[in-house]
Design a protein around this ligand. Structure first.
Ligand SMILES: [Zn+2]
Ligand SMILES: [Zn+2]
Length: 638
């Protein structure tokens, strides 16, 4: 099957079972100051899983564009990608295990409505309990699985493994249902039960693995098992059951409203329908792979290193295309930095494949076409994506040749040392492998272990920074951040009043220290324009206007002129925030409307008086260009 076919079948399957199909949130969440990327289908739904009412009801399904920056270094094998789509279905206090597990089993095995997998190839895991938390084996899931396999005439023995390590030793032979402890089969935002603060929900999960039947490679251990790295078993999906809440005395109670969160990798599921464990062989990569084969004269699969380089370019340029389509531009900070890394890593792999001319724009063009139907914004942005990649590739190729010159300069003074290799990398982005190659040509042996140690130290520090950013999850809804969020809405409207209605938001980032907005506008703002914008914003803030959330049909919100986020498809019912009361209606469009109206999930202040508390005033700190036709403002409340 194709990716589109699998996506369509899944959404239809759950629609038939009472679910509303909701659109994908952007991969760069504009309204969430605490995280750079959307990394799962669950992430945008966390407020609803924690109890907020969802405007589309309590059975939801979608295919969510997702990006995991932490997986960049893993890309190159047959299954890791940074960008992927996650199929998801959710029950918000509605159905639970006895519906979810049979449905997903039916979807995977039914050839007419689902994917038609051979049930004998499926293996599942369940939660084995956690003694320290007073939790027992998830017998409810075990019984459901036994019954489901029995109906297919398949014996399903339960093997209790407890820890991951025990699982590694015992192997998978003879079992069908594997019970693992809380490190493996427990979900909460803080990890295992003992790490959870009082009041936090969590619960067991149940994964499904597909057995590709490839021979086990003993380099990964004596016995094969579902979590073995040899690639024989591939995890295709997971159902999380939010069942418990932690009490102040550290025991657990059943939640009154239990949720289901299901996630399945669209690409992996598609590859599985083709009996392929290699996700890079699914249709969405076909034309980009052909471009690479034509440009390099090398064949995918012909040699391990070539295949690895192909995979890195395919994954990274697909991810880069989706980011560029959401107006992220290569830079040295935040999402722009990750984008730059993706592009530069791809260029190094292109070099390794022997391509020295510009390659990436053409690879990206194939993705814009492949995804045009599901994600029209990527086709709309096709020209911009190509231009940005062209610019960045040219720039980096210049950097590489500059690094080469520096290398020669160093060499004329002394032998190249591990320190030099490290400096060439950090200051010029010059790959260490390239320094090693070049050194070899001059008969110099570089101590690569010393280089590796230096590199690792460097990586650990940058990872620690990354981990900190993600550790907060969706938690930073501090008062100051919320004030900046509401000010952000007011600023956008003020910009439209001063510069014209064509001004649209192209990106945003809000912290407790400041707000930042990227918006479409062709020219540098004059001092008078900036002063006018500040004046309007302060006037509105000091009018002490109420800020209200209304759930309304999308069509009505559109007619009222509510601002949308670029590149986002909205559901039929939307959440709209207004600064000042909404007066205008479809029948009476002439009555003055709220000052600002935006499609937004919040949170916001209740009244703009909260923004000026203590006599604070809105001030533009900086106005600058970030890309052709896109300006950026940083503003503060002082
Ligand atoms: Zn194995
Ligand atoms: Zn907002």
């Amino acid at each position: 099957m194709t990716v589109s076919e699998v996506r369509k079948r899944y959404l239809e399957f759950f629609k038939k079972r009472g679910h509303t199909i909701i659109p994908s949130a952007p991969i760069v969440p504009g309204n969430d100051p605490t995280t750079l990327f959307t990394s799962s289908g669950m992430q945008p739904l966390v407020p609803y899983l924690l109890g907020k009412d969802h405007p589309e009801g309590n059975r939801l399904t979608n295919s969510q564009m997702s990006f995991r920056a932490g997986d960049i270094e893993e890309v190159g094998d047959n299954r890791h990608t940074t960008f992927f789509e996650m199929l998801g279905n959710w029950s918000l206090g509605d159905y639970f295990k006895k519906e979810q597990l049979p449905w997903i089993f039916e979807f995977l095995t039914d050839p007419a409505q689902g994917l038609g997998f051979d049930p004998a190839k499926l293996y599942v895991t369940v939660f084995d309990g956690d003694e320290s938390a007073g939790m027992e084996l998830d017998t409810e899931s075990v019984e459901i699985w036994k019954q489901l396999f029995k109906e297919k005439g398949i014996g399903a023995e339960l093997v209790r493994l407890g820890t991951e390590e025990e699982g590694y030793e015992k192997g998978s032979q003879g079992g069908r249902i594997f019970a693992y402890g809380s490190k493996k089969n427990w979900w909460s935002r803080s990890g295992v039960p003992s790490n959870m603060p009082a009041g936090e929900p969590g619960g067991p999960d149940s994964e499904i693995f597909y057995d590709f039947g490839t021979p086990h490679d003993p380099k990964w251990g004596a016995n094969c098992h579902v979590n073995c790295d040899c690639g024989r078993f591939v995890e295709i999906c997971n159902s999380v059951f939010m069942q418990y809440v932690k009490d102040p005395d550290s025991s657990f109670s059943e939640l009154p409203k239990k949720n289901v969160d299901f996630g399945g990798g669209l690409e992996r599921l598609t590859a599985t329908t083709l009996q392929e464990s290699d996700v890079f062989l699914i249709d969405v990569f076909d034309s980009a792979r052909n471009v690479l084969e034509a440009k390099t004269g090398k064949r995918y699969g012909s040699d391990e290193q070539v295949t690895r380089s192909f995979r890195i370019i395919l994954d990274h340029i697909r991810a880069a295309s989706f980011m560029l389509a959401e107006s992220v531009v290569p830079s040295n900070t935040e999402a722009g930095y990750v984008l730059r890394r993706l592009i530069r890593r791809s260029i190094r792999e292109a070099d390794r494949l022997g391509v020295t001319e510009t390659l990436l724009p053409e690879v990206a063009a194939s993705f814009s076409e492949v995804y045009a139907e599901q994600y029209p914004h990527i086709l709309e942005a096709a020209d911009k994506i190509r231009e940005e990649l062209q610019k960045e590739e040219e720039k980096f190729r210049k950097t590489l040749s500059q690094g080469l010159r520096e290398f020669e300069k160093l060499l004329s003074k002394h032998e190249v040392s591990p320190d030099d290799a490290f400096i060439l990398f950090t200051s010029y982005g010059f790959p260490v492998e390239m320094t090693e190659e070049l050194a070899k040509e001059r008969g110099i042996t570089l101590d690569m272990n010393a280089v590796a140690t230096k590199m690792k130290e460097h990586q650990d520090t940058s990872r620690a920074g990354g981990a900190q950013r993600f550790a907060g999850g969706l938690a930073d809804h501090s008062e100051q951040t919320v004030r900046y969020h509401t000010s952000h809405h007011i600023l956008l409207k003020a910009l439209q009043i001063v510069l014209g209605d064509e001004v649209k938001q192209r990106g945003s980032n809000i912290t407790a220290e400041r707000l930042r907005i990227d918006f479409s506008h062709g020219a540098k703002m004059t001092d008078e324009q900036k002063a006018k914008v500040e004046e309007i914003a302060n006037e509105v803030i000091y009018q002490d206007l109420p800020v209200t959330r209304t759930v309304m049909p999308r069509t009505e919100a559109e007619k009222l002129g509510a601002q949308m986020e670029f590149g986002v498809k909205y559901p039929d019912m939307v959440s709209v925030y207004s600064v000042g009361p909404i007066h205008a209606t479809e029948e009476n469009p002439d009555i003055p409307n709220a000052f600002s109206l935006e499609f937004c999930g919040g949170p916001h202040v209740k009244n703009t008086s909260e923004i000026h508390e203590g006599g604070k005033r809105f001030k533009i700190q900086k106005e600058e260009a970030v890309a052709a036709g896109v300006r950026r403002i940083k503003a503060v409340l002082v």
